[in-house]
Design a protein around this ligand. Structure first.
Ligand SMILES: Nc1ncnc2c1ncn2[C@@H]1O[C@H](COP(=O)(O)OP(=O)(O)O)[C@@H](O)[C@H]1O
Ligand SMILES: [Mg+2]
Length: 250
């Protein structure tokens, strides 16, 4: 699998007056194309800081971050904004929908920034809303939808422009357990359909069960990084296939 995110000796230190907070100590990490990764850790362990660095929303104190072959830790803010529009999607804990805009307008928004014409935008946004099972809520405002429905709009918006990587920071943090399952299944299905990379941040170990890989963060350090059974099973199957090929040849 091809690497899509590469993090080298990443450090982030916040200064608050005379206090120093080491949010990320020294992170080294490679995420591959199409992986569904979960960054797991308790509150304050540095998860959001790491995600913000991977998305170029914050600058490291030291070290580098490369995404889709671009060293984003050294890219200007202006170029970064364009890079994000082209390559990245986001799902937020509090949905971050525009309250005065309908579900359809919210989902179409990333395509406005990409310069897609109005007809195509509306078509694509409608298709996405149907895919997240909100075909009957297109004209609703966020305030006229449940939390789970709003997050499904958020997911449709994150995926509508076919980003290479989607980042989700505590995407189910405001949802009940039944809606959490629906939202997680939806997000993973969307990512798998187009082999998009998905990086989910959470404090909830049950969320981690949806991922191919779980990266455990404590006090700004990666203390554990493992592929889940699901992933190992997939790899075993492909190894078996390879073995058979050799047998046939021999
Ligand atoms: N802008 C900031 N200024 C100062 N300290 C911060 C800032 N953002 C985060 N921190 C500190 O960095 C640490 C990691 O925070 P964060 O990445 O938000 O953790 P998590 O998302 O895992 O809850 C915490 O101790 C937090 O208080
Ligand atoms: Mg956080």
């Amino acid at each position: 699998m091809k690497p899509i995110i590469k993090v080298e000796n990443l450090r982030k230190v916040y200064r608050l007056g005379s206090e120093r907070v080491v949010a990320l100590d020294r992170i080294n990490l490679v995420i591959h194309e199409g992986e569904i990764c979960c960054i797991l850790g308790t509150s304050g362990s540095g998860k959001s800081t790491l995600l913000n660095m991977l998305a170029g929303l914050e600058r490291p104190t030291a070290g580098s971050v490369t995404v889709c072959g671009v060293r984003i830790s050294e890219t200007s803010e202006k170029k970064m904004a364009l890079f994000r529009q082209k390559n990245l999607g986001f799902v937020f804990q509090s949905y971050n929908l525009l309250n005065s805009q309908t579900a359809l307008e919210n989902v179409a928004l990333p395509l406005v920034f990409k310069g897609v014409g109005k007809r195509k935008r509306i078509l694509a946004a409608k298709r996405m809303l149907k895919a997240v099972d909100l075909g009957t809520r297109m004209r609703h405002l966020p305030s006229q939808m449940s939390g789970g429905q709003q997050q499904r709009v958020g997911i449709a918006r994150a995926f509508v422009a076919h980003p290479r990587v989607v980042f989700a920071d505590e995407p189910t943090g405001n949802l009940d357990s039944k809606t959490t399952i629906e939202v997680m299944e939806l997000m993973c299905r969307m990512a798998r359909e187009h082999k998009q990379t998905l990086v989910i941040v959470t404090h909830d170990s049950e969320i981690a069960e949806y991922a191919d890989r779980v990266i455990h963060l404590i006090d700004g350090n990666i203390v554990d990084d493992r592929y889940t059974d699901k992933k190992i099973a997939t790899e075993e199957i492909s190894e078996e296939n390879t073995a058979n090929e050799y047998e046939i040849k021999a």
